[in-house]
Design a protein around this ligand. Structure first.
Ligand SMILES: C[S@@+](CC[C@H](N)C(=O)[O-])C[C@H]1O[C@@H](n2cnc3c(N)ncnc32)[C@H](O)[C@@H]1O
Length: 250
């Protein structure tokens, strides 16, 4: 297993101390409770079959990887948080593996080139936690590059229209397409920590052009919420867009 070297505090991703504090308490949050429905939907939408190789980018404590491995997939999760990777490795079923990796490094030649039948990034998994256009681009480049020709991609991204209309507890930075929410997160003992949560927000048009730049054709784009993946057309009324794409022939 390859591991990124220990980073100094200033080099750490802004989410790492938050993940360190939450630990397993992350899995108490409501948005993590829909894993079975989400995986049911992914299997159909991505045409997954037992034995397929799948990469989960920003896998957190590994809830999707565990469930996909239980269904017969060979599933690998990468995350920048060592705390979440340690949690994911506990009780991992056969077929589930994990690695601490910065998703921006997936684009480095040879790291994951063409090895996967499908790649996913769900619930702000790495992609939605980037603070710059360049980092967004690096994550999507890495996801696209990890796919074999015609391999499938699923990405959920926070809905910019919904953020402006309904996410009033956060401030929206229009120029950067980011929300910043001052909030409290809790550890397994219930102790709170005040933090800033940053979320990248997107429109369907931005997502289509970002994916097209990296050779991924959009197959479908739906408005969804966690635990309720489906095929509702994009609207301003739900928090996330869920994009399914297919890597073009190289
Ligand atoms: C909100 S969590 C979602 C986790 C998981 N996909 C889920 O659905 O529960 C976002 C995850 O992205 C990870 N992440 C953020 N930036 C990353 C990066 N540059 N490389 C890898 N993982 C990253 C965080 O550590 C965190 O585990």
């Amino acid at each position: 297993m390859s591991r990124v070297s220990a980073a100094s505090e200033s080099e750490r991703h802004w989410f790492e101390p938050i993940a360190d504090h939450m630990g397993s308490a992350y899995l108490r949050y409501a948005h993590t409770k829909g894993t079975v429905q989400e995986v049911d939907w992914l299997i159909v939408a991505l045409g997954l079959r037992p034995g397929d190789r799948l990469l989960d980018v920003g896998c957190g404590p590994g809830r999707h990887v565990h469930e996909l491995a239980r269904r017969g997939m060979i599933a690998h999760g990468v995350d920048i948080s060592a705390t979440f990777i340690d949690l994911a490795e506990r009780d991992a079923p056969h077929g589930a593996t994990f690695e601490r990796l910065d998703a921006r490094r997936l684009a480095v030649p040879g790291v994951a080139a063409g090895a996967y039948d499908a790649v996913i990034a769900l619930c702000q998994g790495a992609f939605g936690m980037m603070l710059s256009d360049e980092d967004d681009d690096a994550v999507v480049a890495g996801m696209a590059g990890a796919l074999r020709p015609h391999g499938m991609l699923a990405l959920s991204a926070f809905n910019a229209y919904y953020a402006v209309r309904y996410h009033t507890e956060a401030t929206f930075d229009v120029a950067r397409g980011l929300t910043r929410e001052r909030t409290e997160v809790h550890d397994p003992q219930g102790r709170s920590l005040e933090v800033d949560l940053w979320t990248g927000c997107y429109t369907p048009r931005e997502l289509r052009s970002l994916l097209a730049r990296h050779g991924v054709d959009v197959v479908s784009m739906a408005s969804v919420e966690p635990g309720s993946f489906g095929a509702d057309p994009p609207s301003a009324e739900s928090p996330e867009f869920l994009v399914v794409g297919r890597r073009a022939q190289c």
